[in-house]
Design a protein around this ligand. Structure first.
Ligand SMILES: Cc1cc2nc3c(=O)[nH]c(=O)nc-3n(C[C@H](O)[C@H](O)[C@H](O)COP(=O)(O)OP(=O)(O)OC[C@H]3O[C@@H](n4cnc5c(N)ncnc54)[C@H](O)[C@@H]3O)c2cc1C
Length: 467
């Protein structure tokens, strides 16, 4: 493990490179930059990771700054944790070994908008909503539209390979990335070329997609943009059973119908399939017509656009609330958000389509044996991407949390045993680290070998991705 004792001379060198005002060492700043939206009470076994705080927060303003910081860190084997906005939910920005938290939010420029190439080039610290606002006067929009648009950065979304409301048509954040500029742990700057395909060697941009900053720091990205839709049609469809709605979704995908928004949710109030079709008029009409025929074929009843429009308009509210109550605040404030709430966990699993319904059945059996139940089941953006909000039925807090943790672990392992993945959009962080070897198998040896070659001093976000 890297040496985490930070010499005063390193702080002075950082100040020389970045300016004293961009090097923060006060206890208030060290506290608020240490971690993300995950609290220890929801870390289920990874509570120890929260014991360390950052030793210093460095705020680079350019690729050159990032390169200079990484060189200094590498020479002194000091951990560096890239920090987008700290909205991750897995603890991927927790400075488990102290060191430098590298806040990228000064690198927030939209550098170019290319309506012919259908791309935009941005610095990694651009907040998704600011990108959206910069694109819309050009009649364009990004393809990634998570709940956290108002608060998350492009670099963070790439590093967690997030999923958003438009992923039904455009895929996860990783699919938006055309090219990247990244600073390697020794300070060298690597760029890939801004064209969609290449066949000369492996695709190096993918080394940084979903990698939680362990291979270097993304400084710029060229991402896809889309025309603002000529037509938008919202549809809500009620089903009597989740299986019916799921089978309708699977049939749509098999046919090649690609709604922008795909959200089938079962809650106590019922089962509702939210669909949005966007794009050029004739395409929207054709997709909507066929999708509604498929839903009817599986027993769906149209309930009109109302509930789906309301859901769409409300989609960013949780992030707006987070912005006011927690973003940039000390850990005690962020963590207190969960006080008094029933213990819960949100699981976002990926499984082959053929396994999803059987998985759900087995989960229900496991949960019923441990006093845990799901209050929400959903598929989001693709039939393979299945989520559950699980809660503890009863019991004293300590016992219920422990049961919840144990049960969540069983459900995650079951997904792996059935050929799936334990998380489809939030990354691994400190929360799921212990299951990564089981998910990746020999693949984790490959990741380790790459890490050793690029980062022999293990300075980049040590302790994450099992490294
Ligand atoms: C209210 C709320 C709603 C949310 N909704 C969604 C949702 O709909 N979909 C979804 O996918 N997620 C969602 N999230 C989770 C979170 O917003 C995403 O994981 C987001 O992509 C993280 O972005 P960030 O800029 O905050 O990254 P951070 O949390 O700061 O960092 C995440 C990881 O990326 C690394 N990283 C950040 N920037 C860089 C960089 N430039 N170079 C290298 N590594 C970097 C960090 O080291 C860390 O490992 C939500 C979170 C909240 C609080």
């Amino acid at each position: 493990m890297p040496n985490a004792t930070l010499p005063e001379s390193l702080i002075n060198s950082l100040a020389e490179v970045l300016g004293r005002e961009n090097v923060l060492t006060g206890p208030y700043d060290l506290d608020r930059y240490s971690g993300d939206a995950l609290s220890p009470t929801r870390a289920f076994g990874a509570e120890d990771s929260f014991e360390r705080l950052a030793d210093v927060v460095a705020r680079p303003g350019s690729t050159e700054d990032v390169s200079a910081v990484l060189k200094l860190a590498n020479e002194s084997s000091t951990p560096v944790v890239p920090f987008g906005a700290g909205t991750g939910v897995m603890g991927a920005t927790v400075p488990a070994f102290g060191g430098i938290v590298l806040d990228l939010q000064r690198m927030n420029k939209v550098l170019a908008i290319n309506p012919t190439d259908m791309t935009t080039e941005v610095e990694a610290g651009v907040v998704l909503e600011d990108l959206e606002n910069a694109l819309s006067p050009h009649g364009l929009m990004p393809g990634h539209d998570p709940y956290s648009v108002p608060i998350a950065t492009v670099g963070g979304a790439i590093s967690t390979n997030g999923v958003g409301y438009r992923a039904g048509a455009h895929g996860p954040m990783g699919d938006q990335v055309v090219a990247l500029e990244a600073v390697l742990p020794d300070g060298r700057v690597m760029s890939t070329r801004a064209v969609p395909n290449q066949s000369a060697g492996p695709s190096l941009k993918h080394l940084f997609i979903g990698s939680e900053g362990v291979f270097g720091v993304i400084t710029k990205a060229t991402v896809r943009v889309f025309r603002l839709p000529e037509s938008q049609v919202f549809c809500g469809v009620a089903f009597d059973s989740f299986d019916q709605g799921f089978n309708a979704a699977a049939e749509m995908f098999a046919l090649g119908v690609r709604p922008t928004l795909v959200d089938l949710t079962e809650e106590e109030e019922g089962i509702l399939f939210h669909l949005l079709f966007e794009g050029f008029r004739e395409g929207v009409q054709a997709n909507e017509k066929r999708a509604m025929a498929v839903c009817a074929q599986f027993g769906g009843r149209p309930v009109g656009p109302g509930p789906t429009v309301a859901y769409w308009e409300d989609r960013r509210q949780s992030a707006e609330n987070y912005k006011v109550s927690a973003l940039g605040k000390p850990r005690s404030v962020r963590w207190s958000r969960w006080q008094g709430r029933r213990d819960f966990d949100y699981l976002h699993l990926g499984l082959p389509i053929s396994k999803v319904l059987e998985y759900r059945k087995q989960c229900d059996e496991i949960m019923s044996q441990s006093g845990i139940r799901a209050v929400e089941y959903a598929i989001w953006s693709r039939p393979e991407l299945f989520s559950m909000l699980i809660v503890s039925e009863s019991g004293a807090a300590a016992d219920s949390r422990e049961r919840l943790g144990r049960t969540a672990e069983k459900l995650l392992q079951l997904a792996l045993d059935m050929g799936g993945v334990m998380e489809y959009c939030h990354g691994v962080g400190v929360k799921l680290n212990h299951l990564l070897a089981r998910e990746m198998g020999v693949g984790q040896d490959v990741v380790r070998a790459l890490k050793l070659a690029l980062d022999p001093n293990n300075i980049m976000n040590p302790g994450k991705l099992g490294l």
